[in-house]
Design a protein around this ligand. Structure first.
Ligand SMILES: [Zn+2]
Length: 418
């Protein structure tokens, strides 16, 4: 052992002072602990923390320094230190944290085993240790804030994602709705085109029928009258051929018949009463004319609907249906009686034409020919105006044709058909 050099003492004192100043400049409490956890040395941070002066803490346990008068049997600082101290013997640093809820303060405790300063020896262990106590409240609060901020952010991201998904779904639904509406529009355009075509066809058919009727009845009658009158002129010029009286009487008779024919044709065209009075009055008028034209048929009417209760859009179609059905009964049904009902109730407008004729036989008769085009016409007219046509019949017990137009309560017309 080398002799102690007295002249080095001031230098050692100076080094010791510098080292103490360094330890005092730290923000953490630094203590040297005995193996039992008694404070052997402490820096001045204990004074800054208000735990008493350095000389007063020496000789106390670290727990007693930090928690004077602590009577908590489960105190975290006491438990942490008691657990850490024996483990230091294994040579590893020990660390724990203690949160004081009352002061909202988090303290970090780090215990390190002391090592011998002799570098030549094989890490000779000192049984003393160094305790560092750091106030990490601000750090932990910042970390906690960060965790909460992250959690909030995640919640907001999830919420926003949900909102985006919702609006995406709504957009998809909207797109689907519009596509459906477009399809419906296209379908209704197609229907409209089909209906216009059917209307044009019906119109052409009607014109052909009128032309044929004019040619067959009026044209032929006029030819016959012309021939009879020419014969009468010759008889006037050549008295030896006899008196022209019979020929003239026959011509007058034919003129009467032609006038009746023209009346029948015009009855089947649009009657002025339809425009002047309305569809209910036109139906009454047509039934009366029909009875006069076909005296062998008894017509019983129950027309309780008012003109003002029949919408303008239906009026003409209603009249055409009455014409079509009655003409069919007269031509094909072999009936004695026909009942015509036109009623307006809460559900809408109802037209019923019933007869006691032969009904619809299965065999190929004129009647069954009518059924093809006639029913199609009636069904088309009904559907064009939002109505529904039905026909029920039993062979030998007549037929019942019915058209129902569902109407909203307020849908009426002002009595006249525009
Ligand atoms: Zn305590």
């Amino acid at each position: 052992m080398r002799p102690f050099n007295e002249s080095l003492l001031p230098l050692i004192q100076k080094a010791k002072q510098e080292w103490e100043c360094t330890a005092d400049a730290l923000s953490a409490i630094v203590c040297l602990l005995s193996p039992e956890g008694i404070v052997l040395r402490a820096n001045r941070v204990v004074e800054q923390w208000g735990l008493g002066c350095v000389s007063a803490v020496i000789g106390k346990t670290a727990h007693a320094v930090l928690h004077p008068d602590c009577s908590d049997l489960h105190c975290g600082v006491a438990a942490g230190l008691a657990a850490a101290l024996p483990r230091l013997q294994e040579g590893n640093a020990q660390e724990f944290e203690y949160f004081a809820a009352q002061s909202n303060q988090t303290l970090q405790f780090v215990l390190r085993p002391m090592r011998s300063g002799d570098e030549t020896a094989d890490s000779v262990r000192d049984s003393r240790s160094v305790l560092l106590v750091n106030d990490v409240s601000a750090l932990r609060q910042a970390q906690q804030g960060l965790i909460e901020g992250n959690a909030n952010l995640e919640v907001r991201v999830r919420q926003r994602t949900r909102e985006l998904a919702d609006s995406n779904r709504e957009l998809r639904n909207e797109v689907a709705r519009r596509q459906q509406a477009e399809r419906e529009l296209l379908a209704s355009r197609n229907n409209l085109a089909l209906l216009s075509e059917q209307l044009i066809q019906a119109q052409e058919q009607e014109r052909r029928r009128i032309a044929l009727e004019l040619h067959d009845s009026v044209g032929q009658s006029l030819s016959a009258i012309k021939y009879t009158l020419e014969r009468a002129i010759i008889m006037v010029q050549r008295p030896e051929l006899g008196s022209p009286e019979n020929a003239l009487t026959s011509a007058v008779q034919r003129i009467h018949e032609t006038a009746d024919g023209i009346r029948a044709i015009s009855m089947n065209l649009r009657p002025p009463v339809l425009d002047n009075l309305g569809a209910a009055s036109a139906t009454v008028w047509f039934c009366r004319e029909f009875a006069a034209t076909y005296p062998h048929l008894t017509i019983l009417t129950d027309i309780s609907a008012e003109n003002s209760e029949i919408p303008a859009r239906i009026a003409t179609h209603l009249f055409r249906c009455v014409q079509e059905l009655l003409n069919n009964v007269a031509k094909h049904a072999a009936a004695n009686t026909v009942w015509v009902t036109l009623q307006r109730d809460a559900a809408g407008l109802r037209l019923e034409i019933r007869d006691d004729g032969q009904g619809m036989a299965g065999e190929a008769t004129d009647h069954s020919k009518w059924l093809g085009s006639g029913i199609r016409n009636l069904r088309e007219r009904a559907e064009m105006t939002g109505g529904k046509f039905s026909l029920t019949s039993r062979t030998g017990s007549g037929a019942v044709a019915e058209i129902r137009w569902p109407l909203v309560t307020k849908e009426t017309c002002e009595g006249k058909v525009e």
